[in-house]
Design a protein around this ligand. Structure first.
Ligand code: AMP
Length: 280
């Protein structure tokens, strides 16, 4: 397994695969866990060679402390990837490789999907995500790129980016991987104390309760119920939304034949956690 920190050398290595073989791509910010590995496993199954990028992208952070505190564990990440069978190329560049001039985002017009939830609470986040994913896709030129439904809104943004920029790549969404407790795996979980880790399972339990009650309760009742659950907990709810799965617009009332998903962002201490679940 080789690690590349230059676009040129990565592209040279990929050129021998590109002719007859399929290249899969899994972009990550590192601090890898089983959620990331599930994406890599799926990519290995569907391609002959997989590029895993490990890059903490500065332009998608709206909070300097969050960027500084983001876990960086390259040696451990490499060991974890070594446990998988198949051809993996790791791309772990310095910031200056991807942002040679200025560390800045392209301004995209993703439309209403970008103005809800994460877009509302993390200013400039999706422009940063769009910028880095476009740069990485141009560098790797994969047949298929894999993204987790853990970041469901991000997955929709990437699909939109690919359509807007007419990028020749297929985007595949992968299911959320959870701990036994239900807590969605996240690199940020490593910053939780044992107590916070237990308390954070409230996010999964609330989403599950909402899914169970979705048929019998109105959206207003469910919003109220979730607010109460969090009021009585140590977690700070940033948002709870039941949204149309396609438009990601907040749903105020259920409409026939529409698909809905519930989304939560909450803080356990200073650690921001997100999760979501399909409701029907
Ligand atoms: P990140 O390193 O957090 O940027 O995540 C890299 C990719 O892994 C993204 O496409 C995430 O949606 C995905 N991912 C992160 N956590 C999980 C999880 N628990 N289950 C499935 N995919 C995940």
């Amino acid at each position: 397994m080789k690690i590349y920190d230059q676009i040129d050398s990565l592209q040279l290595a990929l050129s021998s695969y590109r002719k007859q073989k399929k290249i899969g791509f899994v972009p990550t910010m590192g601090a890898l866990h089983m959620g990331h590995l599930s994406l890599v496993r799926r990519a290995l199954k569907e391609n002959s060679c997989v590029v895993v990028s490990i890059f903490v992208n500065p332009t998608q952070f709206d909070n300097k402390t969050d960027l500084e505190k983001y876990p960086r564990t390259l040696a451990q990440d490499v060991s974890l990837l070594r446990t998988l069978k198949g051809t993996i190329l790791i791309f772990s560049p310095e910031v200056s490789q991807l942002y040679p001039n200025k560390i800045t985002s392209t301004q995209y017009h993703f439309g209403s999907i970008a103005s809800q939830m994460e877009g509302k609470y993390r200013k400039g986040h999706f422009n940063g995500v769009g910028t880095i994913v476009r740069l990485l896709l141009k560098a790797v030129q994969p047949h298929t790129a894999y993204f987790g439904e853990k970041d469901f809104q991000q997955l929709q943004i990437i699909k939109k980016l690919v359509a807007l920029e007419k990028l020749p790549v297929k985007i595949s969404g992968c299911a959320i991987v959870r701990e036994k407790s239900g807590l969605a795996l996240s690199s940020r979980n490593s910053r939780l104390s044992q107590k916070q880790r237990e308390e954070a399972t409230l996010i999964f339990h609330t989403l599950t309760e909402v899914r169970k009650k979705f048929k019998t309760h109105s959206i207003a009742q469910l919003n109220q119920l979730v607010a109460e659950r969090f009021l009585n907990s140590s977690l700070k709810l940033e948002y709870f939304e039941i949204a149309n799965e396609i438009t990601l617009r907040t749903a105020e009332r259920k409409r026939k034949n529409n698909k809905y998903r519930a989304f939560i962002a909450a803080f356990a201490g200073s650690v921001r956690l997100i999760d979501n679940m399909p409701l029907n």
